[in-house]
Write a protein that binds this ligand. Structure first.
Ligand SMILES: [Zn+2]
Length: 83
């Protein structure tokens, strides 16, 4: 099962089933963690790139030789899409 299928499952679950507050928070946390595993393109600033989720620098500027080695934002854990 891929990440999107798991995300869809949890999102339907929390929106349709009644559950206690703690269980709901745990499912919502799982959704946030899974969403970060779906790669998103870094945002191009004037001379550097930032994370598409938290907006912080990801250690890449216009002179970085091989930015693809940075797979995840080291601030929030968002997976990065370099394609
Ligand atoms: Zn981030």
């Amino acid at each position: 099962m891929d990440i999107q299928a798991s995300l869809d499952f949890f999102e339907i679950l929390v929106s349709t089933k009644s559950m206690d507050k703690l269980t709901k928070e745990l499912y919502e946390n799982a959704i946030k963690v899974l969403q970060k595993q779906i790669p998103k393109k870094p945002i191009q600033r004037i001379s550097w790139k930032s994370c598409p989720l938290c907006g912080q620098g990801i250690g890449v500027n216009n002179e970085t030789v091989n930015p693809k080695t940075i797979e995840y934002c080291y601030h929030c854990g968002q997976k990065l899409d370099w394609e």
